[in-house]
Design a protein around this ligand. Structure first.
Ligand code: SF4
Length: 716
């Protein structure tokens, strides 16, 4: 997917992937110790494909003696660095140092952070200084000469400056001084940078992945490495051999089962070390518990492996709902943001409106202020012919347009049928009248006892707190409200609405909607929620919002800290297409879930957007991966100017039938029609009951097979 209004130039930038390739063996992972940390061609190609899929131009550059020459001749504007270097304690720093010398920006940590983190002893010293618990260790550089007498056995002996479990095996654990001397004599000559004798911790082992920088540094939930087979001496060592053959020896559990306090300590410690070493963009930190269950830091890897389906980091991000492409792209984005490479580009790749800083791009106020509201503004971001501009102007006379720069960036400018485009850019079809169109299709105004309250169902109300949205969806059912003016309810209107709820003790559930309530300031929203929370019979507060989809940067910690004070709060969001689930929107959903707020999703079935089984299946899978529960699939309403989005009801039934049984039960939404005229939601489903009568039900299962369920026999 390419982007038009996004923090990268795409068509003028060229990303060079700098790597060391495995040359021995078959490009697999098990190609022997000397190349243990190098990447296979499959991995490098997967990274390249991920960047290309996100619209970036790339080339591969292998680190060899001609690297400097290649960097100059390729004309890259940024390097995606995964090179491990070519020997020595400072090897990982070699490529970044050269890139800095040539003034080429790059992803990942700088030479100093890479140099320090490769030195396990030095890293642990800095971690301890930052207040993180580390196990006892001693660096042995002179063979057996400097062996202290007070070592707490057993100890594991590791090369001080190697990664990927290189030089580690179960035979590296010494239970007494004699065994330690033997290991040192055998291994010492192989590792001139020294060996580290570290207290062996017998507890559980974890690794934490991190992506981002500064306030946006995200530490993912830890992954536990669970040893399946005890090794010959019952010491569990995550060695290179085990990593290569991990299916045989270990299981991975992600997220690990930890108490909230343990998880917090581990992720916070990981971030602390990341920051104290000056790491950037991406890293992975390893931890182990001691026999008492205390969490100890082992090492950090600012150049973690990215082999799809094999390396720890992509496994961790996958379990958090990020697919491989998005993981790679997030690393690129972290670097681009840090380097201030966010910029606005015209369709032809030329800069037009100046650069946008990362801080601005990630600031929801900036996104809101810079919404695209006219055909003129839009034509600077998307290629539009005169006719299209004219048509957009004509539609906007009846139904206005607003699109956040972020949401616009998801459109593929080359594809006139792009689903995101269809959902946010006006189409002349909106001006074609349809006999079934209604101004208020759900007859909400008739069920409104006081302005801004819709009281249709016995125990719950809809509270419309604003007429404003960050983006005006072309399929909106509430166009009569959001299409007119940008206005939130006044204090007086709020008091009247809250008063109505207070006076009706049967109301136990309030759905705050609009417009989009999250366009309000956090303070204003808190005033409303706080007033509702003071009403004893209001048990649940729900917020209906499309903000995580169209402006995910609005999901700030300030907002979530406020909402957490008024639990139970639920958020229902509105993803319609898998392309809307980006690293940014997925992270927003995860932040909401992490705040203890359940997230549901409603989808509207839209012709030529999501009216096919594969699209819907992918959407539901991605939602669930991001801890968002699919809730309703709506048949499109009869609102004015949206008839071109309507599909036959049978299409929805067909899609639900194709999901049911083929994916996790709670990943299948309920297909409903909101009855025209105000009849409320009615579930519509495939009829799995073939017949009933007598004493049995004849049922068809998801695969079309027939089964009979006997009814209980009547007594007597
Ligand atoms: S965010 Fe909701 S209320 Fe606003 S335009 Fe979109 S569908 Fe309508």
């Amino acid at each position: 997917m390419s982007r038009t209004f996004f923090p990268s130039v795409h068509q003028t930038e060229k990303i060079g992937i700098i790597c060391n390739l495995k040359h021995s063996g078959d490009h697999g992972k098990d190609s022997g110790d000397p190349e243990a940390e190098y990447d296979s061609m499959e991995t490098v190609q997967a990274i390249q494909a991920a960047l290309i899929r996100h619209g970036l131009c790339t080339c591969l550059i292998e680190q060899d003696e001609r690297l400097s020459e290649k960097l100059r001749s390729e004309g890259i504007t940024m390097a995606f660095n995964i090179a491990e270097g070519r020997g020595g304690r400072g090897r990982e720093a070699q490529v970044p140092a050269l890139l800095e010398y040539l003034n080429i920006p790059y992803t990942g940590s700088d030479p100093v952070a890479l140099g320090i983190s490769l030195d396990k002893n030095l890293t642990k010293t800095l971690a301890a200084a930052a207040g993180v618990r580390v196990p006892f260790s001693v660096l042995l550089q002179n063979g057996t000469d400097d062996l202290p007498s007070d070592i707490p056995y057993p100890v594991i002996v590791k090369p001080n400056a190697e990664g990927s479990g290189k030089g580690l095996s179960e035979n590296c654990v010494a239970e007494n001084r004699e065994e330690l001397l033997e290991i040192l004599q055998k291994e010492g000559p192989n590792y001139p940078e020294g060996l580290l004798a570290e207290q062996y911790l017998g507890g559980r082992e974890f690794t934490v992945a991190m992506i981002g920088n500064g306030k946006n540094l995200q530490a993912f939930s830890p992954m536990e490495i669970i040893y399946r087979h005890n090794t010959q001496r019952s010491f569990q060592v995550y060695s290179y051999r085990i990593k290569c053959d991990y299916r045989k020896y270990v299981d991975y559990r992600c997220p690990a089962v930890l108490t909230p306090e343990e998880e917090r300590e581990m992720t916070e410690s990981a971030k602390k070390i990341f920051r104290s070493l000056g790491c950037r963009d991406v890293a992975r930190a390893d931890f182990r518990m001691d026999a008492e269950g205390r969490i100890c830091f082992l090492e950090i890897n600012p150049l973690p492996g990215l082999a799809p389906g094999y390396s720890d980091l992509p496994m961790i991000t996958a379990s958090a709902g990020m697919d491989y492409d998005d993981t790679v792209y997030s690393i690129y984005q972290a670097a681009a943001g840090r380097l201030g490479m966010y910029r606005i580009t015209a369709p032809d790749g030329e800069k037009t409106a100046g650069e946008v800083s990362a801080a601005d791009w990630n600031d929801w106020h900036w996104q809101f202020r810079n919404r695209i509201r006219s055909s003129e503004e839009l034509s600077q971001k998307l290629p539009l012919c005169t006719q299209e501009k004219h048509e957009i102007d004509e539609v906007c006379r009846s139904f206005r347009m607003a699109v956040t720069p972020y949401y616009l960036s998801l459109i593929d400018p080359e594809d006139p049928h792009d689903p995101i485009r269809r959902m946010c850019i006006p189409s002349i079809q909106e001006t074609v009248p349809c006999a079934d169109d209604r101004v208020d299709p759900l007859n909400e105004d008739a069920d409104s006892p006081v302005p801004h309250i819709v009281h249709r169902y016995p125990d719950r109300v809809l509270f419309l707190v604003t007429m404003e949205c960050s983006e005006y969806c072309r399929f909106c059912t509430r166009r009569r409200i959001v299409g007119e003016e940008d206005r939130a309810i006044s204090d007086r209107e709020m008091e009247a609405a809250v008063g109505y709820i207070r006076d009706h003790a049967e109301i136990r559930d309030v759905l705050i909607s609009g417009g989009d309530p999250l366009t309000l300031s956090t303070e204003r929203l808190e005033t409303i929620i706080c007033a509702l929370r003071k009403i004893p019979h209001v048990e649940i507060i729900r917020i209906g919002t499309r903000i995580p989809v169209v402006m995910p940067m609005r999901i700030t910690s300030e907002l979530l800290d406020m909402l957490k004070k008024y639990q139970p709060v639920w958020i229902n969001t509105h993803f319609n297409h898998p392309n809307e689930i980006t690293p940014e929107s997925a992270a927003a959903c995860r932040r909401i879930a992490d705040a203890g707020i359940p997230v549901g999703n409603q989808t509207v079935l839209l012709k030529s957007v999501n009216d096919d089984l594969e699209t819907m299946r992918e959407l539901m899978k991605r939602l669930v991966r991001n801890r968002v529960r699919p809730y309703y699939l709506y048949q499109c309403d009869l609102s004015r100017g949206i008839s071109h989005f309507r599909t036959p009801v049978e299409k929805g039934i067909e899609i639900i039938h194709g999901l049911q049984g083929f994916m996790t039960g709670f990943a299948v939404p309920k297909f409903v029609i909101d009855c025209p005229g105000g009849g409320g939601k009615v579930p519509v489903d495939y009829n799995y009951v073939r017949s009933c009568g007598g004493n049995e039900y004849v049922l068809e299962n998801y695969a079309g097979k027939i089964y009979v369920y006997p009814q209980p026999k009547e007594e007597g």
